[in-house]
Structure formats: C-alpha cells, structure tokens
Design a protein around this ligand. Structure first.
Ligand code: PLP
Length: 400
C-alpha cells in the first residue's frame, strides 16, 4: 500500500492574509501595476518570478489554491481552471498537435468521451479507445504519432480502477505522457506519485464538495504549467478558461477539510455497499472484495482514505432505474441529480445522463447497463438508516 499523506502536505502550508489574516487575502483585480516599464516586459517574457501581470495569466488567489493542489499531488506546480472540462481539454490540446494520436480508456466521463470522439476531429487528432484494464491492448494501440495515454483513476461510471504504475511504465517505454483524471479519488489515490505526468480534476466534485461552483485543476511539472500559461502559445493562456479568484479562495478553504470528507464518504459508501451486496443487489464498489480491481485499488491507495464515495447499482432497465431514483428522492435518501462529491447523496442513471454522449452500442460494449444507477454517497450521519431505506425500495422494485 502507498504511504503518502496528502492531507498533512496541505496542512503544512502557511498562507497568511495581507494583515496577518489566517486566510490569504483575495486579490480582486484583473490587472496589476508596475513601477518600471522594463519589469512589465520581463513579466510578459515570463522572467519575473512573483510578479503578476493579468489575471487570465495568474492571480495571487489562484496561486494559493494551485500551490495547495501541487502540495496535495506532490507535483511541482498546478493551474486552476474554470471547469474540469477546461482542465482536460487545455491539457490535451497543449500536448497534441494536428496529426497526433491519443490512446484513451473507453470508459471516461461523457463530456471527455465527446471531446475525444467528436471534437478532436476538427484538429485531425486521432483517438483510439481501449479497455484500460487490458494493458496489452493499451500498448498495442500506441502508434508512432501517439502523444498521450489518457485515463481516469477510477472510471466514470463503471468504477474500473486504472493500474497507474503499469500505465506509466508503458508511457515511459514509448516516451509519451500519461494523463490521469483523479476527480473520483482525490487524496485516496495520488496519480503523480504513481507515475502519472499530468493529473487533472473537476474540482466541482469532491475537492470543493459544496456543489456551489464549477472548477478544475491541472497538476504537473513547472515546465508543463509554464507552457500552458505562456503568453505566446500556452493553451490555457490563449483559450482563457481561468478560475475566478473569489471562487478559488472559497475552494481553498474547502480543501482543508477534504481529508475528513473523503474518509467519511468512503466509510459511508463501504457500509452501504456491504449491506446492499449482502442482499443480493447487483452492486459495483471498489471496496468490495468481489470488485475485479479490489486488490489493485488496495495497493494504489493512500492509507486511511478508503475506497471512495462512488458506487453503482444495476437496476437493469431505465424504467426500473427511474422508479428507484424517484422513490429514493421522495424518501430523502438524497437527490436525483448529476454530479458528485456533495454532502448529500446524489444519484443518476448514467446511460441516460452523464454518459449519454456515449453511443448506446459503445455503452453495451463497455459493459454499461442501461439501468446502471451511479451513486455519490453523501456524508450522512446515520448511513445505516439510509441503507435500510434503499434496501426497502430495492425490495419493492424486485432488485433484492
Ligand atoms: N471528469 C470527471 C470524472 C467528471 O465526472 C466530470 C463531470 O462530471 C468532469 C471531468 C468534468 O468536470 P466539469 O463539469 O467541472 O467541467
């Protein structure tokens, strides 16, 4: 098992406000004054460490959050974006040019799938979709023009666990980059420590944990972040999806409780998964011994954080899934809503919501049942009672 402690890395940061405030001051400015004209030019050239020129490039509040993310991931640097999709798309467009090729897990968040499948065609960037657990097929898909292997640590929505160390070894052998979306498992899995070159996040989810904003992050080397924010050809600088500093300051405060929340999400999901599993419900959760990558997850995870807050129940048909979700909402299990990482339990039928961009035949090929209900388990104080309610509804629906 890994031994890294991402929470203490964040705890050790000493960020003070302008007047000694315990929270860093918010820099509510889009532009910055210079005392000397020469300094402005040097800053544009990227030679002035610690100088800010314009908030689309860097903002001090965003830098505080980026530093916390880099500390959490153990990367040299990070950059914060206005959405998870901005983090993913900017990083891929930074790494790939027209004519290049990407090997990706076929199981990814629907928006990422749509970007890879439909959008990158515009730039003649080729994409091969593979089963990320089949490492031979991953390596076999690599071509002369391949630049990136792309995956999610724990995939959305099938909860397949990526073997990051072995994928990193394949990437190194072919001199290409491994990029990992760690949205489902912040602190639980530390992809950069396991060999990933770039780690991306939708901070909309667990990292912020409040569902009050959309945000993203890119963690990587100083060189990669510098290239992304280069004024001449940096994808992030030129496409401009920067995070608002008011938001980054509120996310920074929330990141300080992330370790507690992740442990509780995991603990609740484990209780729920075990109880539903014992009743014969078809359930997928990496913390269950019957999960195909349970052992792998156990090897990759940082101690004490558990197996995450995401689980899935197969209700077999969309009709059953809808009925189950409606009843669960009526009986206060949580909300019928997309997204995840919230303090309330959220559930949605993946095939007709967050994976609806994936064509039905591909959904079936990858093993995504039309009735799969994805749960983001909340921070319920009495998870046993919640589990009992779900179990009863599952009985009514003939699922248990
Ligand atoms: N990555 C994963 C795994 C997701 O689940 C999502 C959104 O659901 C995204 C990325 C996109 O993030 P955002 O909605 O913040 O753009």
């Amino acid at each position: 098992m890994a031994t890294y402690d991402p929470a203490s890395r964040i705890q050790k940061l000493r960020h003070f406000g302008e007047f000694g405030g315990v929270n860093p001051s918010i820099t509510d400015s889009s532009t910055y004054t210079f005392l000397h004209g020469d300094d402005m030019f040097e800053t544009f050239l990227g030679h002035m460490e610690g100088c800010f020129l314009y908030s689309r490039h860097w903002n001090p509040s965003n830098k505080y959050l980026a530093d916390a993310l880099a500390a959490m991931e153990d990367t040299e640097s990070a950059w914060v974006t206005s959405s998870g999709m901005a983090a993913i798309t900017c990083s891929l467009l930074q790494l790939c040019n027209t004519g290049d090729h990407i090997v990706t897990s076929v199981t990814t968040y629907g928006g990422t799938f749509a970007f890879l499948k439909n959008y990158l065609k515009k730039f003649q960037i080729e994409v091969t979709f593979v089963n990320i657990s089949d490492l031979e097929s991953v390596e076999a898909a690599i071509q002369e023009n391949t630049k990136v292997i792309y995956t999610e640590s724990v995939t959305n929505p099938l909860l397949q666990v990526s073997d990051i160390p072995r994928l990193a070894a394949i990437a190194r052998r072919h001199n290409i980059k491994l990029m990992v979306d760690n949205t489902f498992t912040p602190m639980i899995i530390s992809p950069a420590r396991l060999g990933a070159d770039i780690v991306v996040y939708s901070m909309t989810k667990f990292i912020n944990g409040k569902n009050d904003c959309v945000a993203g992050a890119i963690c990587g080397t100083n060189q990669f972040i510098h290239d992304l924010s280069n004024v001449n050809d940096g994808t992030a600088m030129l496409l401009g999806p920067v995070l608002d500093p008011l938001r980054s300051s509120s996310i920074l405060k929330n990141i300080h409780t992330l370790h507690l929340r992740m442990k509780q999400h995991s603990q609740n999901a484990q209780v729920l998964a075990e109880k539903l599993n014992r009743s014969g419900i078809s359930i997928t959760y990496p913390g269950l011994k019957n999960h195909p990558q349970h052992e792998l997850h156990s090897q990759l995870m940082n101690p004490e954080f558990g197996y995450g807050g995401m689980l899935a129940i197969d209700a077999h048909t969309v009709k059953k899934a809808n009925s189950l979700m409606q009843k669960m909402q009526e009986q206060d299990v949580g909300y019928l809503a997309v997204s995840l990482g919230y303090f309330k339990t959220l559930f949605s039928c993946s095939g007709t919501s967050t994976s609806s961009e994936v064509p039905e035949d591909v959904q079936r090929q990858m093993g995504l049942s039309e009735g799969l209900v994805r749960f983001s388990v909340g921070l319920d104080n009495d998870i046993e009672a919640t589990a009992e309610t779900i179990l009863q509804i599952c009985h009514e629906e003939g699922l248990a």
